[in-house]
Design a protein around this ligand. Structure first.
Ligand code: V47
Ligand code: SF4
Length: 389
C-alpha cells in the first residue's frame, strides 16, 4: 500500500470522528489546518493517524531524502547572566567554579583542528556571558573565516543577540549587520522555548521575550540571514501553547520565508531546576514531530536533533514527518549531555550517519546549511578514509 492509499483509506473510514476526517481531507488536498484543528490533533489523534498524515507530507516534499551535514559546535562559555529553570548548563549564580570560558586562542584552535576535514558548518552558541560582547564576537567570526573561509557560520541564539545588541546600544538591525559584515551567515533556532507569555514567565522569566525573539529573526531574514526555529516541549506547557508557538512561527514564515528548519526539542530533566517534571514518552515525541509536520506547512524541513533524543528515536522519527537529523557533531556540544541525554558523547562519522539512514530505507543526502545537496550517499562505497569524519 502506498502512502496516498493509506491516507485515502483513513478518509474512507466511516468510524473516524468528523473533525479528524476533515483534517485528513485537508492534508490530502494540500490545505492548511487551523489553530483549533492543531489542538484537536494533540488532544485526540492517535500516533498512527498523525504519522500517516505527516509521512504523506514528508514524502510529497522530499521523497525518500533524509538530510544531514558535517558540522561541529563551539560553546565559548557556559557562564550565563540568565536563569532558565530548564537549563542544566549555565553556571553563573550557583556553581561558578564549574563554568568554562574559552579564550579566543582556544576557540580558534578548535577551528584549526578541522584543517583538511570536510566539515561545512560551525554552530556557535553558549551562555550569555556578561563580558563577551558584540564586537568581540564579530572579530572572532572574522578570524574564524580567515582560518576557514569556506565554512558556514551559524551563530548565536536570539537570546544572545538581544543581549549583545542591548549592551552595545545598537538596534537589532545594526547589530546583525555588523555580525553579517564580519562573516556570520545564519542564526540557529535556540532560545525560542515556548512563546506563551505565562509559561515563559515560569520557565525563563529574565531572558528575551517572545516578541523580541520573533523580531530578531524577522530582522535577520530582512538582512538575508536565514535561521532555524526551535520549540522546547514536554514540561509545563499545554497542547494549546505548542500550537500557539508554531502558529506564531507559521505567521512569520508566511511573511519572510526566512526559516529553513523547525526543530522540536524534548525537555530533558537532569541537573536543572525542573528535574521534578517527568520527561515526555517516545510516543508523545513522535506524535509531536508528526503534528509539527502537519501544522508547519510553510517550513520546508523538520529536524530531529539526534544528540537530544538518541539515535533510535531519531531513526523512528523519520516515519513521523522528519526529513533531517542534523549532523556529525563530533562530540562538541554539552547542552544535552548535561541535561541527561542518552548520547553522552555525541559524535557520528559520516559513514555511521549514512548507515543509520539506510537502515530505515531512506536516501542519505549530505547537505550544506542551506540544504544545497553536497553528496547523495545512496549508492556510495566508503573507502577507509572518507567516512571517518
Ligand atoms: O534554547 C536547554 C534547549 C536550546 C534543555 O538551529 C534544552 O540547528 C531540552 O537551539 N532539555 C539550544 N532542551 C539548542 C538549540 C539547537 C540545537 C540543535 C540545532 C539547532 C539549530 C539549535 O537547547 C535552548 C533550549 O531550548 N535546552 N536546556 C533541556 N534541559
Ligand atoms: Fe543561559 Fe541559555 Fe541556559 Fe537560559 S538556556 S540559562 S540563556 S545558557
Amino acid at each position: 500500500m502506498n502512502m496516498s492509499t493509506s491516507i485515502a483509506s483513513i478518509i474512507a473510514d466511516t468510524s473516524l470522528p468528523k473533525g479528524l476526517k476533515n483534517i485528513a481531507e485537508k492534508i490530502y488536498s494540500h490545505e492548511r489546518i487551523t489553530f483549533d484543528e492543531g489542538v484537536l490533533l494533540y488532544e485526540t489523534a492517535e500516533l498512527g493517524f498523525v504519522g500517516t498524515l505527516a509521512n504523506y507530507i514528508r514524502e510529497k516534499k522530499h521523497g525518500d531524502n533524509v538530510y544531514f551535514n558535517r558540522n561541529f559546535h563551539i560553546e565559548p562559555t557556559n557562564i550565563c547572566v540568565f536563569d532558565c529553570k530548564f537549563c542544566s548548563y549555565s553556571r553563573l549564580t550557583k556553581h561558578k567554579a564549574e563554568g568554562w570560558e574559552l579564550s579566543e586562542e582556544e576557540i580558534l584552535q578548535l577551528v584549526r583542528n578541522y584543517d583538511g576535514k570536510p566539515v561545512t558548518e560551525v554552530h556557535i552558541v553558549g551562555g550569555v556571558h556578561p563580558k563577551m560582547g558584540l564586537m568581540y564576537f564579530a572579530e572572532l567570526i572574522k578570524k574564524i573565516k580567515t582560518i576557514r573561509p569556506d565554512i558556514h557560520v551559524k551563530a548565536f541564539t536570539a537570546v544572545e543577540l538581544e543581549y549583545m545588541c542591548r549592551k552595545a546600544k545598537v538596534s537589532y538591525e545594526e547589530g546583525l549587520r555588523i555580525l553579517k559584515d564580519h562573516g556570520q551567515d545564519s542564526l540557529p533556532g535556540g532560545g525560542a522555548e515556548i512563546f506563551n507569555e505565562e509559561i515563559r514567565k515560569q520557565i525563563c522569566d529574565d531572558k528575551c521575550t517572545a516578541t523580541e525573539w520573533l523580531l530578531m529573526h524577522e530582522t535577520a531574514h530582512k538582512l538575508g540571514m536565514p535561521s532555524n526555529a526551535t520549540m522546547l516541549y514536554g514540561h509545563i506547557e499545554k497542547f494549546e501553547h505548542r500550537i500557539d508557538h508554531m502558529n506564531r512561527l507559521r505567521i512569520l514564515q508566511d511573511k519572510t520565508k526566512g526559516f529553513n528548519t523547525f526543530i522540536p526539542l524534548k525537555f530533558r530533566n537532569q541537573g536543572n531546576q525542573m528535574s521534578h517534571i517527568n520527561e515526555s514518552t517516545v510516543i508523545e515525541d513522535l506524535r509531536n514531530y508528526a503534528i509539527a509536520r502537519i501544522y508547519m506547512d510553510n517550513f520546508a524541513h523538520l529536524k530531529a536533533y539526534w544528540p537530544m533524543i538518541g539515535r533510535t528515536t531519531a531513526q523512528l522519527s523519520l516515519s513521523f514527518g522528519v526529513d533531517d537529523i542534523d549532523g556529525t557533531i563530533d562530540d562538541s556540544t554539552k547542552i544535552y549531555t548535561m541535561a541527561g541525554s542518552e548520547e553522552q558523547s555525541p559524535k557520528l562519522t559520516t559513514q555511521q550517519l549514512v548507515e543509520m539512514i539506510k537502515q530505515v530505507n531512506r536516501k542519505p543526502i549530505e547537505r550544506d546549511t542551506l540544504y544545497n545537496v553536497i553528496t547523495d550517499y545512496s549508492n556510495y562505497n566508503f573507502t577507509n578514509e572518507d567516512g571517518r569524519d
